[in-house]
Design a protein around this ligand. Structure first.
Ligand code: MG
Length: 386
C-alpha cells in the first residue's frame, strides 16, 4: 500500500507483535484464550460487551439537552475514533486488534454530561482532597467495576490495553502516581496507543463542527471564514460540485478534512519513525517523545480549529447554561450521598470502608448516563422537599 508515493507498511517492525507482544498480552489473572482469536481481539470483545461501554450511548459528547436525533453520543464518537484508528493502524502495518481495542475503550471512564460533568465531579472530590480523572476512572472500571466473570473482578484485560488507557492523551509521573508504576511511565507507549489520541482529535474536530451546525449554534459561512482547513476543503468541493446546496458541500468538506488529517497522521508518523531510525517496538518505547504526530502545517490547522471550537461552541452562552445545570446536578447529588451514604445502592455502601465515601460517591455518579442522573436528581429533589 502506498501514500504519496511512499510505502506505508514499513512500521510493521514496530508493531506490538513477537517478543514485545508476550509482555503486553499478559493478564492479571490466568484466563481462557481462544486459539482463533488474538489476545487483543479478545479484549475488544470484552470491552464491547461491558456495561460501561453500553452506557456510552446515553452519555453526552457535546450536546446534552438541545433537541436533535442526529448528535453524536459518546458511543458513536467512540465508533468513529475506532474506524480512524483501524485505518491508520492498518496503513502503518501496526497491530489492528490492539489499536481497535484501545479506541473502543478510550472514553469508557467519562461521567455523564461530558466535560462539564467531569469538571464538576473533580471539584466535588477536591473538597475531599481527591481528584477525578477519566483515564484513571477507566482503569478502575476495567479492573474492578465490571462484574461479569466467575474467576475475577473486572475484564482482566491485557497489559497492553491497560497501559494504553493510562497513557491516553497524557503522561503521568511515577512520583505523583506510584500506583501506576507497573505501566512503564518513563517509556513511550506503543504506536498503537499513540495514534488513538490523534484519531480522537480527527474524529471530534469534524464531528463537533457537524453537530454544531446541526444545533444551529454554528454557521457554515462563519466556520469558512475562521477555519482554514475546512475553508480549503469546502472551496475544492464547491468547485467540483457547483450549484449544490451548502449543507451537502459542508458535509462533503468535513469528510475531506478528516481524510486529509488521517493521511497526514499516517505519513508524518512514518516520516518521524524513519528520521529517528526507529525499527522496533523497543525503539518506539525508548524514544524521548511520541512519534505519532501531525505535520507542522496540519498541527497549526488543528490548533486553529480547536481554538475556534472552544471560543465559538464549547463556551458559547447556550452550552454554558447547559454546563451550569449539569454542574449543579452533579454537585447536588454528590453532597446528598455524602450526607446520606445509606441511600447509595448496597454494592456501593459495601465499598465505603475500603475506598472511602467520597471516592465511592464519585464512582457511582461517574457511571451514570445523562438520563439516569437526571432521574436521580428529580428523586432526590422530591425527597428533600418532603
Ligand atoms: Mg474521545
Amino acid at each position: 500500500m502506498t501514500l504519496n508515493g511512499t510505502n506505508i507498511s514499513d512500521l510493521h517492525c514496530c508493531a506490538v507483535t513477537g517478543d514485545g507482544c508476550d509482555v503486553l498480552t499478559a493478564r492479571a489473572h490466568a484466563d481462557f484464550e481462544r486459539a482463533s482469536q488474538s489476545a487483543f481481539q479478545r479484549d475488544r470483545e470484552r470491552i464491547v460487551q461491558a456495561r460501561a461501554f453500553r452506557r456510552l450511548a446515553g452519555k453526552t459528547q457535546v450536546f446534552t439537552s438541545r433537541a436533535s436525533d442526529h448528535f453524536r453520543s459518546r458511543l458513536t464518537h467512540t465508533i468513529e475514533v475506532a474506524q480512524i484508528a483501524r485505518s491508520v493502524g492498518q496503513s502503518l502495518g501496526l497491530n489492528g486488534g490492539l489499536a481497535e481495542a484501545l479506541a473502543l475503550v478510550h472514553d469508557i471512564g467519562h461521567p455523564p454530561f461530558g466535560h462539564a460533568g467531569e469538571r464538576a465531579l473533580d471539584e466535588c472530590l477536591q473538597r475531599h482532597g481527591l481528584r477525578f480523572d477519566h483515564n484513571l476512572h477507566a482503569l478502575r472500571i476495567v479492573e474492578h467495576f465490571e462484574l461479569r466473570y466467575a474467576a475475577h473482578r473486572g475484564l482482566n484485560l491485557t497489559l497492553g490495553v491497560r497501559e494504553g488507557i493510562v497513557k491516553h492523551s497524557r503522561d503521568y509521573s511515577a512520583g505523583q502516581h506510584p500506583e501506576l508504576a507497573g505501566y512503564l511511565l518513563d517509556r513511550r507507549p506503543p504506536l498503537e496507543a499513540q495514534i488513538i489520541d490523534l484519531a480522537d482529535e480527527i474524529a471530534y474536530l469534524a464531528a463537533d463542527l457537524d453537530d454544531g451546525v446541526e444545533s444551529g449554534l454554528l454557521d457554515i459561512d462563519h466556520i469558512r471564514e475562521h477555519v482554514d482547513l475546512l475553508a480549503d476543503c469546502y472551496a475544492r468541493v464547491e468547485r467540483e460540485h457547483a450549484g449544490v446546496e451548502a449543507k451537502f458541500l459542508f458535509s462533503e468538506a468535513l469528510q475531506r478534512m478528516q481524510d486529509i488529517l488521517t493521511d497526514d497522521l499516517i505519513s508524518t508518523t512514518l516520516a518521524n519513525a524513519r528520521a529517528n531510525g526507529i525499527d522496533s517496538l523497543e525503539a518506539v518505547r525508548a524514544h524521548p517523545a511520541r512519534l505519532a504526530a501531525f505535520s507542522a502545517l496540519a498541527e497549526s490547522q488543528r490548533q486553529q480549529e480547536k481554538r475556534y471550537l472552544y471560543e465559538t461552541l464549547y463556551t458559547c452562552r447556550e452550552l454554558s447554561l447547559e454546563h451550569e445545570k449539569a454542574e449543579q446536578v452533579v454537585a447536588t447529588l454528590f453532597d446528598f450521598w455524602i450526607d446520606e451514604p445509606r441511600e447509595l445502592p448496597v454494592g456501593y455502601v459495601e465499598q465505603i470502608e475500603t475506598e472511602g465515601l467520597a471516592r465511592v460517591v464519585a464512582d457511582y455518579i461517574a457511571g451514570m448516563t445523562d438520563s439516569f442522573i437526571l432521574l436521580q436528581y428529580a428523586q432526590v429533589k422530591r425527597s428533600v422537599r418532603r
